[in-house]
Design a protein around this ligand. Structure first.
Ligand code: UT7
Length: 319
């Protein structure tokens, strides 16, 4: 049997930090409102000349270095992003060129905030075919480009960043299971309803969200996918060593932990410093917990994504 295992992680955050206090000067909000409703204190914002592929490149280089390989060893690239550099080529192809390699397949995964979990799911299936040795899976976002900076109900919630992992083929998991879901009938509760048509922007390509509906949906499905992953692997809730959920709102994360009977000490959180970085949030948090030594060999790590589409899913890992 072929399996895949994460052998290197990396991440990158743009240097510019925008605090809640900075936002107080831009919209009618307060640090107190944002922090108590979301747990967010600050977010990183990309420079004008930084695109998703630039953030992805910095995170990928760190993951490749941590894996002890070179870019030439990569034979599959998946980039999860909702904020690509351009309509096409894909951000994955642009990243491939920036890494100085060619030939291997490279494609984008568009599953919004579940993108990284979907990307791991796809790459793991490729690896299980036995055809690939090293896959690079990245979540990279510049949400600052698709926010209405006059809309206080959304602009305070998101940030920019990238996280990456290298998956290596192995005879044992590694990635124990991936469960992916979608329900397109919920498209309207979280969307960027715009596109390019005849050389013009058509619609309004800025993020809009029914916050309360999204909140309830996220809490429901994050509980369900965790149960699904545990049942599929004959594990109990107490077997989870680390939960790394999508980082949208600390109250969603706390509610999910409560449902699973997990103490918050077993949950990796970055939402206070990164805000919601969509497809980048899970790999950013994963990299932090790997590098600071929290995640150790043999532990069970559960990744969870949820976001626009609606999409949601889990990845269960034996580290
Ligand atoms: O990645 C997946 C996508 N995102 C999420 O998972 C986010 C899910 N949703 C949420 O995190 C929460 O629903 C929010 C943080 C967006 C909102 O929290 P809430 O507790 O559901 O607040 P609310 O929408 O009920 O708003 C309460 C009040 C409203 O005022 P009124 O109508 O009660 O007078 C809003 O106008 O707060 C007001 N408000 C704000 N006030 C100050 C909304 N945004 C702000 C703001 N600052 N930034």
């Amino acid at each position: 049997m072929n399996f895949s295992r994460i052998v290197g992680t990396g991440s990158y955050l743009p240097s510019r930090i925008l605090t809640n206090r900075d936002l107080e000067r831009m919209v009618d909000t307060s640090d107190e409102w944002v922090f108590t409703r979301t747990g967010i204190r600050q977010r990183h914002v990309a420079a004008d000349n930084e695109n998703a592929s630039d953030l992805a490149l910095a995170a990928s280089r760190r993951a490749i270095e941590a894996a002890g390989i070179t870019p030439r060893d990569i034979d599959l690239i998946v980039v999860a992003t909702t904020t690509p550099d351009m309509v096409f080529p894909s951000t994955a192809c642009i990243l491939q060129a920036k890494l100085g390699i060619k030939g291997c397949p490279a494609f984008d995964m568009q599953a919004v905030c579940s993108g990284f979990v979907y990307g791991i799911g796809a790459a793991d299936q490729f690896m299980r075919s036995g055809q690939y040795r090293h896959a690079l899976v990245v979540g990279a976002e510049v949400y600052s480009r698709i926010l209405d900076w006059k809309d206080r109900s959304t602009c305070v919630l998101f940030g920019d960043g990238a996280g990456a992992v290298v998956l290596k083929a192995d005879t044992a998991p590694g990635i124990m299971s991936c469960h992916l879901h979608a329900d397109g009938s919920y498209a309207d509760i979280l969307s960027v309803p715009g596109t390019v048509r005849g050389g013009e922007v058509s619609g309004r390509p800025l993020l809009k969200m029914e916050g309360g509906t999204v909140f309830k949906f996220a809490v429901k499905v994050l509980g369900e996918v965790a149960e699904e992953a545990l049942a599929a692997n004959n594990l109990a809730k107490s077997d989870i060593d680390w939960l790394i959920p999508h980082q949208a709102n600390i109250r969603i994360i706390q509610a999910t932990a409560r449902k699973l009977g997990l103490s918050m000490e077993k949950v990796v959180t970055t939402v206070d410093r990164h805000a919601n970085t969509s497809a980048a949030s899970v790999p950013l948090a994963l990299d932090e917990a790997v590098r600071d030594g929290r995640i150790r060999a043999g532990q069970h790590v559960l990744l969870e994504g949820v976001g626009g589409g609606f999409t949601w899913g889990s990845v269960l890992i034996k580290w």
